[in-house]
Write a protein that binds this ligand. Structure first.
Ligand SMILES: [Zn+2]
Length: 399
C-alpha cells in the first residue's frame, strides 16, 4: 500500500502537467483552425502615362518622429527598461515633435502619455509584429507559432480595422515577412525599412515592384534609452502642419515624409535634409540642403538606375520601362530613404486587395473541426481504457 502511494504521486503530477501542455497546444492551434484562406491579387507593376509624386505639395513644416519605442509595460513582463514618460521626455528633448510609445498590446496614449495612439501588435515566435498607428483599440488575435501568408493577411486586416494605419515592423527579423509575402500582402500602409541600425530595402522593393503602394518608415525600436545603437538612430521627417495625430496620420498615409538612418555623429550644422522633389515631363528632380551627398535612384526590383556623387541636387528621367523611382541619399551623417515617384493613371493609385477565399476557408475550418472531434474521441476512449480493472478475487471453492 505504502509503496503504491509513493509511486503514484509523481505520475499524477506528470499526468496533470501533460494535460496542461496539451491544453496549451490545443489553444495555440485554435487560431490556425479559424484563420481564413485568402486569394491574393497578382503582382502587377505600376503603370500609366502620368507620374505620381508624394512630395508634390509640401507644407514645409517637418515633424521629426519616432513611432516605435518601448516603455515599461505589463508589470515589467515586456522589456521596456524605462517608464513611458521617460521615453517621451527623452525624445522631446532630442528635438522630436512626435514621440511614439509603442508598447506590446497596450496603447500608452490612452493612459495620458504624450504619444500618438499606437501599439505594437503581435505575440508569436516568428516576430511578425505590426505597428498600429492611430489605434482605436487593441486587437488580441494572433497566430503564435508560425504564419502562412494568409495568416499574415488576416492579422493585418484585423489590426487595420482598429487603427488608421498599419506598419510592418522589422520585416526581415527572423524572416518575419519574406519576399513572397511582400509580393502578395495588401491592406497595410508602411514598412519599417529602418529598425534601429538594421535596414531592409529588399522587402520594400518586392512590395513596390508588385504594385503595392506602401511607404518606408524608420524607427528606433528602443527598449532601453541608454542603448546608443537604438536611440535617435532611425526617425521620420513628416511633412505635416502640426504634430497632431490626424496631421501625422494623413501625411504618413500619403507618403509625404521620408525615413532617416543616422550613420555618423549629428552635430547640428550640415545635416542633410530634403528640400524638394519635383516631377516635370517625366523627370524627377531631387533637391537637398546641407552637406553634398550621394544620390541614388532605384527602380523596379530594386535595380539602381543612376547614382550621382557629391551633389545637392540630381535628376532622373523615367524611361518607358521604369515603373517607380525611389531615391536614397547617403550624406556624411545619415542615409535618407525617400518614398517613390510612381507611374499611375493620373486619378488614383492602385489599391490591390486580398479577399477571403470562402470555400477554402470553410473547407479548412470543417477539416479542423473534424480533426478536433477525432482527437476528443480518442482521448475519451483512452480514458476508458485507463480506468483500473478490479483485481480478481480468489473464488471460494465449494467443498
Ligand atoms: Zn517588434
Amino acid at each position: 500500500m505504502g509503496f503504491h502511494e509513493v509511486n503514484s504521486r509523481p505520475s499524477v503530477l506528470w499526468r496533470a502537467l501533460g494535460r496542461v501542455a496539451l491544453s496549451i497546444a490545443a489553444l495555440a492551434l485554435l487560431p490556425y483552425a479559424w484563420g481564413p484562406v485568402y486569394r491574393f491579387p497578382d503582382p502587377v507593376p505600376f503603370s500609366g502615362s502620368a507620374l505620381w509624386n508624394p512630395y508634390a505639395s509640401l507644407n514645409g513644416s517637418w515633424q521629426r518622429a519616432n513611432l516605435h519605442a518601448h516603455g515599461r509595460a505589463w508589470a515589467g513582463f515586456t522589456s521596456g527598461s524605462q517608464s513611458d514618460e521617460d521615453v517621451t521626455d527623452r525624445y522631446h528633448r532630442l528635438g522630436y515633435s512626435v514621440a511614439g510609445v509603442s508598447n506590446y498590446q497596450s496603447i500608452a496614449a490612452f493612459d495620458g502619455i504624450d504619444s500618438p495612439p499606437l501599439y505594437e501588435h503581435g505575440f508569436n515566435l516568428g516576430k511578425n509584429h505590426q505597428l498600429a498607428i492611430g489605434a482605436h483599440s487593441v486587437d488580441w488575435f494572433d497566430f503564435p507559432l508560425w504564419q502562412t501568408i494568409s495568416n499574415q493577411q488576416y492579422v493585418i486586416d484585423r489590426v487595420r480595422r482598429k487603427a488608421d494605419l498599419v506598419s510592418l515592423n522589422h520585416p526581415t527579423s527572423r524572416d518575419a515577412y519574406d519576399l513572397d509575402a511582400m509580393r502578395a500582402l495588401t491592406g497595410y500602409n508602411l514598412i519599417e525599412v529602418v529598425n534601429g541600425p538594421f535596414t531592409s530595402e529588399d522587402v520594400w522593393d518586392a512590395a513596390l515592384s508588385a504594385g503595392r503602394p506602401v511607404w518606408a518608415v524608420a524607427n528606433d525600436d528602443t527598449h532601453d534609452l541608454n542603448d546608443v545603437r537604438r536611440t535617435a538612430v532611425g526617425w521620420n521627417m513628416i511633412d505635416a502642419p502640426s504634430a497632431a495625430t490626424s496631421d501625422v496620420v494623413a501625411a504618413l498615409g500619403s507618403g509625404r515624409f521620408y525615413a532617416a538612418l543616422r550613420t555618423g555623429a549629428l552635430d547640428g550644422a550640415g545635416v542633410t535634409t530634403l528640400s524638394s522633389v519635383r516631377v516635370d515631363h517625366g523627370t524627377v528632380r531631387v533637391q537637398l540642403k546641407g552637406a553634398p551627398s550621394t544620390i541614388a535612384f532605384i527602380g523596379q526590383d530594386g535595380t539602381v538606375r543612376e547614382t550621382l556623387k557629391d551633389a545637392l541636387d540630381a535628376a532622373f528621367t523615367f524611361t518607358p520601362a521604369d515603373t517607380y523611382i525611389r531615391t536614397v541619399i547617403t550624406s556624411p551623417q545619415t542615409t535618407l530613404y525617400l518614398n517613390p515617384v510612381i507611374r499611375w493613371n493620373g486619378e488614383s493609385l492602385p489599391s490591390p486587395l486580398a479577399t477571403v477565399n470562402a470555400p477554402w476557408t470553410w473547407t479548412q475550418r470543417g477539416g479542423a473541426m473534424a480533426l478536433g472531434c477525432v482527437a476528443l474521441l480518442l482521448r475519451f476512449r483512452a480514458r476508458r481504457v485507463e480506468t483500473p480493472i478490479p483485481a480478481a478475487r480468489p473464488v471460494a471453492r465449494r467443498a
